[in-house]
Each structure stands twice: as C-alpha cells, then as structure tokens.
Design a protein around this ligand. Structure first.
Ligand code: GTP
Ligand code: MG
Ligand code: ZN
Length: 357
C-alpha cells in the first residue's frame, strides 16, 4: 500500500479516516494533513511514495468556490493524487467553528480533527466562567474532550480559589493549574498529548497558549509576548493557526487569542454543557417554561436554594438565543449557496448542450 500507516498515525491518521476511502483511492492517493493555512496558502504534511516525509504548499483545490466552511482548515486531511493535486477532503471527525466576524452570515472554522481542547485561562482578570462555557459548548457539540488549563499559578496568591471555582462550574472536566513557563509546570498536560493525538489550545490573548506549546516542545517555536500590566490583556501575538509536533508525542494546535466567539450550530453542545439546567427544566411545571417568573419553575427554585448560580442560567439563555439566531441566518446563506451552485451547474450544462449543437 502506498500509504505508510505507521508514520501517518503520528500525524493523527486513524481508522475513522481510512474507512472513508475505497481501496483504489488508498492505492493511488496520498493523505496529507493541513498544518497551517495562510490566506490562500495551505501548508500540509504527508508522505511520498518512498515514505519520505514531505511538506507541500497548495494554493488551490477543486472546491475553492464553495462556502468557507468547506475549505480546508488546520487539522483537515486532504487526499492528493500522484501529481500533488488535491482530489478530496476527508470528512471531519470533529470541527471547531464559530460565526465569522462581520455582518456576513458565514461560519469560520478554527480547527478540524481535534481530540482534546485545552481551554486556557489565567489566574487573573481574564478569568470569566461565561466565556469558558462558550468554548465548552462548542467542544461538546463535536465530542471533543475538554481540559481546563489555568495558567499563571505562580503569579497569583489565590490560585487555588480560581481552580475551585472552575472545578465547581465544570465538575465533570479536568482542571490543571500550572505555571506554563516551566517544563515541570506543563508536565501534567503531557498525558493528553499521546502519539497521534491532536490537542488544540484556545483562550484569550495573553493567557499563555504559545507559552504552553514552547514548554511542551522544549524549544521556542512560537513567539510570546508580555501582557498589559493594567488589565491583564494580551497583545494578539499569535496571528495564525498552526500545528506543532512534540517529539515522541502528539500534535499541538496553536490559535490566536479570540476577541469574540459567536455561537453557531451548537444546540446539542449547549444542551450537554448545561445538562444541570436542562435536567432541572424537565421538572418545571410548564413544558415551555422560560425560567423567569413562572410558577413551579424548578430552575428558579434551584437558584433560590443556591444549587445553581444565576449567572450560569443567564449565560445559558443568552447562548441559546444567540446560537438560534446565528444558525438560522447561516442556514439561509447555505440554501442560497446551494441554489446558486445548482444554477451554475444547470447553466454549464445548457451552455455545453448549446455549444454541441
Ligand atoms: N509567570 C508566568 N507567565 C506566563 C504563564 N503563562 C504565560 N505567561 C506569560 O504570559 C505572556 C503571554 O503568553 P503567550 O504565550 O504569548 O500568550 P498567548 O495565549 O499565546 O497569546 P496570543 O498569542 O496573543 O493569543 C508571556 O509573557 C508569557 O511568558 C505562566 O503560567 N506563568
Ligand atoms: Mg500565542
Ligand atoms: Zn423553569
């Protein structure tokens, strides 16, 4: 077989990807993983016929006119023919996305085929449970395991408080409190980055995503920069997404700190992330209870009895509404794009038939 499975495994190759291919494709095509995307340049890594590792830069692919959500993103797998032409993109086993910035109703992909998400925040003013709940819902939607990484433990004298608040809000997830600048500090994170595993790091600018990557790599591959003293905000040092291989371990995906994380296509993720609220809601007297002033609201009772934080309910309702609004706008855009695609196809056929006459 032309694909060196053992080596591709280190790049994250697995059964769920291979099973998407017919035998003839396996024999004639080569799997490449997208490791960085800059404007139209897609950098990917794979193996040639002699099983040598190769890095390629692609600037076009046959489906480049489709909606942005169908374009390759970091972590995607492309199948290339013997002339290095991309022929297909494999179905994503997981995908992290948000509604793109700006007025247009478009999806922006952040990463594909991720196993674990390190949701990074610091023991300082960056700490915000409502924002962390956004990341959590997005990961849960696509069945990515979440690990909360709380950095700058060495700079805060109440770091345990931060850890406790995080763990109470996310009782089913792991929380790691670390000093990201030291090798010893990031040791606890190694267990999530086994051979063939892909871990993406997300979080605001300045929380230490690139610092964690450098410490795990044991070398400086990513530029880092000090945060602002007055409000703990970062300086948006990392501007692109890129995959990094840790020797004898897995892959780490660095991302730029995001100012906004607008929810889209995440209904199930929200329901799972806020399972405590959705379960309580089942006991409300009215099936369509909005958990406001209705009598017999089990969610309100839980808040009154301090079993649920009001902030968490407010955020749940907010995210729910936001995701519904964005998903509807994007669904419209998708159906417009489909109609346009059909129109072009028909126009092409008609023009061919006309020319053939
Ligand atoms: N003392 C200490 N400093 C840290 C820790 N984590 C990060 N830093 C520092 O915080 C600053 C920001 O870290 P970066 O790694 O650049 O942050 P980032 O999340 O990659 O930020 P963007 O690329 O802007 O999104 C750097 O000066 C790091 O050295 C930590 O755990 N302890
Ligand atoms: Mg960075
Ligand atoms: Zn209710």
């Amino acid at each position: 077989m032309s694909i060196n499975i053992n080596s591709l495994v280190e790049l994250g190759w697995r059964q769920g990807l291979q099973s998407q291919l017919h035998l003839d494709a396996l024999a004639s095509q080569f799997a490449y993983r997208v490791v960085a995307v800059q404007r139209n340049q897609i950098q990917c890594l794979g193996f040639d016929e002699q099983q040598n590792l190769r890095e390629l830069v692609l600037s076009t692919y046959p489906w480049c006119h489709e909606l942005p959500e169908h374009h390759p993103t970091v972590g995607d797998w492309l199948m290339l023919d013997k002339a290095d032409q991309p022929v297909q993109m494999l179905e994503r086993l997981s995908v992290i996305k948000r509604r793109a910035a700006g007025q247009q109703a478009l999806v922006q992909l952040l990463a594909a085929n991720v196993d674990t998400l390190f949701i990074v925040t610091s023991c300082n003013d960056d700490f915000n449970l409502s924002r962390l709940e956004r990341y959590h819902a997005i990961a849960t939607e696509t069945h990515i395991q979440c690990v909360f990484v709380l950095t700058k433990a060495d700079l805060a004298n109440d770091s345990e408080n931060y850890r406790q608040r995080l763990q109470e809000n996310f009782p089913h997830d792991t929380v790691e409190l670390i000093d990201a600048t030291s090798l010893v500090g990031v040791k606890a994170l190694k267990q999530w980055v086994g051979v063939g595993q892909t871990v993406a790091l997300v979080g605001s600018s300045g929380v230490g995503k690139s610092t964690i990557i450098n410490s795990l790599l044991g070398s400086i591959e990513q530029t880092t920069a000090a945060i602002r003293e007055d409000d703990s905000k970062g300086r948006h040092t990392t501007t692109g997404r890129s995959l990094h291989r840790i020797p004898a371990a897995g892959l780490l995906l660095d991302t730029p700190g995001m100012r906004e994380l607008r929810m889209v296509d995440v209904e199930e993720g929200i329901a799972h992330s806020f399972a405590d609220i959705t379960q309580l809601a089942e006991q409300c007297r009215f099936a369509n209870c909005q958990h406001g002033n209705e009598p017999g609201c089990a969610v309100r009772i839980a808040i009154d009895q301090q079993r649920l934080e009001e902030r968490r309910l407010d955020n749940y309702l907010k995210l729910h509404e936001e995701q519904q609004h964005n998903t509807e706008s994007i669904a419209q855009k998708r159906s417009q794009a489909r109609a346009l695609g059909k129109f072009y196809k028909t126009a092409k056929k008609t023009s061919k038939a006309f020319k053939g006459r």
